[in-house]
Design a protein around this ligand. Structure first.
Ligand code: 6PG
Length: 271
């Protein structure tokens, strides 16, 4: 992850940082922080982490429940899982896919997160369709329906495993994660696991989202952030003084689980 310039295999010198540079770049975020030179390397380490977590879940419960985000950062990661031979043994037959948040559009709409996840993973992995849990976001009761499905399915697992195993989140430049946007009242939800939200600044504004109570109950939460546009926000999270209303990503704090950040050097302010 942190590699000296001399050891680097990168063909492009502009992507080579020495070990001191990368250590100095690593921001003091809550949880484990992994910084890589390139997005490609970030995807490698995230994929290896997912594989390790899947194997751990298989050993402890025989199933792996993941919740996946939309957005542009995870897409190449999902693609990598499908074409890289290192992940051919991924236990898709025993994996359940849940959706972190969804736009209130049909499942085959261009803006549907599920559509991207179906096209990148579901259609190529051989995962049983009964293990794929899209949010039927155009249904008026979509949030309650999804919450019931989650409670029913996870509730069948043994005590201690009755939660999501792995939640993959992104972060917007405004500090939102999932569809938990600054100053939205959903940030103060303490009971419901899934909520409908309206966010006038988001495109599209109507969303369904997992809430903090569900996300923070997970065994592992990974936040993946790449690109220089996110660097000022990463700084704000590292300073750690702003309230959750200003910076919703700060509300991600697993109660009895691990928080891991996967950042590329650009998101940490490298030029
Ligand atoms: C979505 C997401 C959202 C996303 C961030 C970061 O539906 O768009 O779930 O929370 O993760 O906006 O998105 P990028 O990775 O595209 O920057």
């Amino acid at each position: 992850m942190i590699r000296s310039g001399a050891d680097s295999q990168s063909a492009d010198d502009s992507e080579v940082y020495d070990i001191e540079d990368l250590s100095a770049l690593t921001p003091p975020l809550p949880g484990e922080v992994i910084v890589t030179e390139t997005v490609d390397r970030l995807i490698d380490l995230l994929a290896a982490e997912l594989m390790a977590q899947a194997m751990l879940s298989m050993r402890t419960s025989g199933e792996f429940h993941i919740a996946l985000s939309g957005g542009s950062t995870p897409q190449p990661f999902y693609e990598r899982l499908m074409y890289d031979p290192n992940y051919r043994q991924f236990p898709w037959a025993h994996t359940h896919i849940w959706i972190v948040d969804e736009r209130r559009v049909d499942l085959d709409h261009a803006q549907s997160n599920f559509r991207m996840i179906r096209e990148t993973i579901v259609d190529h992995s051989g995962i049983p369709m009964s293990h794929v849990h899209p949010i039927k976001a155009t249904s008026p009761d979509a949030a309650d329906e999804y919450e019931s499905q989650l409670r029913e399915t996870l509730g069948c697992r043994a005590r201690g495993s009755d939660r999501l195993d792995f939640v993959l989140l992104g972060m917007g430049a405004d500090g939102h994660t999932a569809s938990l946007f600054p100053h939205n009242e959903v940030l103060h939800e303490t009971k419901k696991l899934v909520r409908a939200v309206e966010e006038p600044h988001a495109q599209p504004p109507e969303r369904i989202t997992m809430t903090y109570p569900l996300i923070n109950a997970a065994r592992t939460v990974a936040v993946v952030v790449a690109g220089e546009k996110k660097a000022p926000t990463v700084d704000r999270v590292a300073i750690g003084r702003e309230p959750i209303d200003e910076l919703p990503i700060r509300g991600v704090a697993p109660r009895d689980g691990d928080l891991k950040w996967f950042l590329d050097a650009a998101a940490c302010g490298a030029r």
